[in-house]
Design a protein around this ligand. Structure first.
Ligand code: NAD
Ligand code: UFG
Length: 345
């Protein structure tokens, strides 16, 4: 199996952790990232963890010329495609930006892969493709669609594009990885999630309250039909998720077609349970206020992760305690994330 992988969006949250996992598994990584939502410091930290170099190209995946240069200068065997915009709320305000980056970006990448004979692709999809009507737990055989925001629709659209491309070209093999809720950070505390502005997601918000950057957490809704009234999600450790990408690459080696895999733990945890688990792991109290529901939130969803176990040999090994402890280690060691040294934030 070829060992050189192009990682789009490699400076981001999941990308940076996946770089560590790739290097630990003996792969060489080449990164393209525009740094529109990340910092080059993340790549320096990854190299500090692994002790191995990463070749970095700063630029947009829609830049055909740059992609051509990357594929010419590096014997790329496979691509892991993280690059894209991911803020659900913002996607409704700026739908064209989201379709441009996520859909057009994937098309340009796919064309370049085709032109340079690169035949293996791992794509960052999301549990959001199951839409608002799907029964839980989500299983890959369910129909997808009925997404409720442009971000989710962009992921659904790219899945369809990749299925069609793989059906037309038997040499192409694609893993569509549907992530549930990634949280946590590398145990070194050197890399982690560093959102711009006010965090949209639960764990970064809690961590910023705990470190004193925000006053209190708003819990969006306590009247859902769940055991404690707050929403249930399938939180998984980003280090487990990163390893899932290595397993998917290994699986792709002798496959053709496009296959979807849920990457989650198979368990739902409530917002209140997360707050308590974080407080226990960090020893810090997280003040919170019960607030109205957030538009678009579903009451409860979690993965049926048995396909990833059977076919990829992947399971999420790290528990809630580790997720919370690692989130806190990252946040307390880096209260301003990649901070003042970051040039693009
Ligand atoms: P992130 O924003 O931290 O990482 C994305 C990276 O892509 C960033 O470094 C950003 O600078 C870069 N980027 C964005 N648009 C680009 C473009 N057009 N060209 C080049 N680089 C570009 O996000 P993340 O949490 O690491 O997510 C990675 C992928 O996983 C995304 O595709 C996201 O939609 C998907 N995903 C994330 C979650 C989650 O909860 N974090 C859940 C499901 C799916
Ligand atoms: N929540 C709060 N307060 C906050 C933030 C979140 O109570 O300040 C609650 C939400 O209402 C929800 C839960 O915490 O019940 C999780 O919310 P997140 O925003 O962390 O995660 P979501 O499940 O809404 O969305 C995430 C990603 C999406 C992805 C989806 C499914 O952000 O990109 O998981 O994979 F599509």
């Amino acid at each position: 199996m070829g060992r050189r992988v192009l990682v789009t969006g490699g400076a981001g949250y999941i990308g940076s952790h996946t770089l560590v996992a790739l290097q630990e598994a003996g792969f060489e990584a080449v990164v393209i990232d525009s740094l529109c939502n990340s910092s080059e410091v993340a790549l320096q930290r990854v190299q500090a963890i692994s002790g191995k170099p990463i070749r970095f190209y700063r630029g947009d995946i829609r830049n055909r010329k740059l992609l051509g240069q990357i594929f010419t200068e590096n014997a790329i065997h496979a691509v892991i495609h993280f690059a894209g915009l991911k803020a659900v709320g913002e996607s409704s305000q700026k739908p064209i930006d989201y379709y441009q980056s996520n859909v057009s970006g994937s098309l340009v990448l796919l064309e370049a892969m085709q032109a340079f004979g690169v035949k293996q692709l791992v794509f960052s999809s999301s549990a959001t493709v199951y839409g608002s009507e799907a029964p839980v737990p989500y299983v890959e055989t369910l129909q997808t669609g009925r997404t409720s925001n442009p971000y989710g629709t962009s992921k659904w659209m790219v899945e369809q594009v990749l299925r069609d491309a793989a059906a037309a070209n038997p040499e192409l093999s694609v893993a569509l990885l549907r992530y549930f809720n990634p949280v946590g950070a590398h145990p070194s505390g050197l890399i982690g999630e560093d959102p711009q502005g006010i965090p949209n997601n639960l764990l970064p918000y809690i961590a910023q309250v705990a470190v004193g950057k925000r006053n209190e957490l708003s819990i969006f809704g306590d009247d859902y039909p769940t055991p404690d009234g707050t929403c249930l999600r399938d939180y998984l450790h980003v280090v487990d998720l990163a390893i899932g990408h290595v397993r998917a690459l290994e699986w792709l080696a002798d496959k053709s077609g496009a296959e979807a895999f849920n990457l989650g733990t198979g368990r739902g945890t409530s917002v209140l349970e997360i707050v308590r688990a974080f407080e226990q792991a960090s020893g810090v109290t997280v003040p919170y206020r019960l607030s109205p529901r957030r538009a678009g939130d579903l009451p409860a969803f979690w993965a049926d992760a048995s396909k990833a176990k059977c076919e990829l040999g992947w399971v999420a090994n790290l528990g809630l305690e580790q997720m919370m402890a690692d989130t806190w280690r990252w946040q307390s060691k880096n209260p301003h994330g990649y901070g003042a040294v970051a040039t693009n934030k």
